[in-house]
Design a protein around this ligand. Structure first.
Ligand SMILES: [Zn+2]
Length: 254
């Protein structure tokens, strides 16, 4: 009888611990940009970009099992309850995750399809030399590779100054001096000159970690936004102004 009580009370304490984890107020405070996975099927939808709840429709193993029939990696099909689109979430088995995670799970999501945060798909007026590194940077930022992301945003800035910079700007030896000259030429407003330098410096940090601290995901997100606005200002808006007929000017601004 005593043994039964002991095992019952230890079972209750385990259940209590699991319930605590599931109902803890800490769990309700979430990163607003977190992406959904099988453990927590809610978050920012990679298709519609809204915060949403998801249905987990299927989970398929991708590799041989590692532990009592547990696959080393799996892919889950989730359905956004907002827009109704399906997304794929790739997850890896992690032996150490169960006790660390707020919601008990043994899988860590490592990749999402469609790739999130690439909804900034750029119009055709943006040259491929700018578009390609920017897209690659967005993909890196989306899979939590911030150092690689900011290095790519720096490459996008380098391509921008090469295309938009004057001959004098492009004759400079360093990206720093080129951006300075673009500020002097009036190609970039002062604010944008500062931003361009900011992206350049953080991009340096991402590419040369032996000399700089690691870049955070937040910094990578900020730089994505700075770079996107720079592209908007230098390529997209001038093209819009050029194409806008005087009588349809307001309609184009939608
Ligand atoms: Zn959605």
């Amino acid at each position: 009888m005593t043994g039964w009580l002991t095992s019952k009370s230890s079972l209750m304490s385990v259940l209590g611990e699991i319930l605590d984890r599931m109902t803890s107020t800490e769990n309700t405070i979430q990163d607003p940009d977190r992406l959904p996975d099988t453990a927590e099927p809610n978050g920012r939808c990679p298709v519609c970009s809204y915060r949403s709840a998801f249905n987990v429709l299927d989970v398929l193993p991708l590799s041989p099992t590692v532990n009592h029939g547990t696959p080393k990696s799996q892919v889950a099909r989730l359905e956004c309850m907002g827009c109704g689109n399906g997304i794929a979430v790739f997850e890896m088995y992690r032996n150490d995750l169960y006790l660390q995670s707020k919601i008990p799970t043994r899988y860590q999501a490592v990749h999402w399809w469609p790739t999130p945060n690439t909804q900034f798909s750029l119009p055709d007026v943006v040259p491929v030399e700018v578009q390609n590194p920017f897209d690659e940077g967005c993909r890196c930022a989306a899979v939590s590779a911030p150092n690689a992301a900011v290095a790519m945003f720096r490459n996008a800035i380098a391509a921008i100054v090469q295309i938009k910079g004057s001959d004098e700007a492009n004759s400079k030896n360093t990206l720093f001096l080129t951006i300075q000259q673009m500020g002097t030429d009036g190609t970039l407003f002062n604010d944008f000159t500062e931003w361009a330098h900011h992206v350049r410096l953080t991009g340096n940090a991402g590419a040369h970690q032996e000399q700089f601290e690691d870049v955070t995901s937040e910094q990578a997100s900020d730089l994505r936004e700075f770079t996107r606005q720079l592209i908007e200002f230098l390529f997209v808006q001038p093209a819009r102004r050029k194409n806008a007929m005087p009588t349809t000017r307001r309609a184009v601004e939608s």
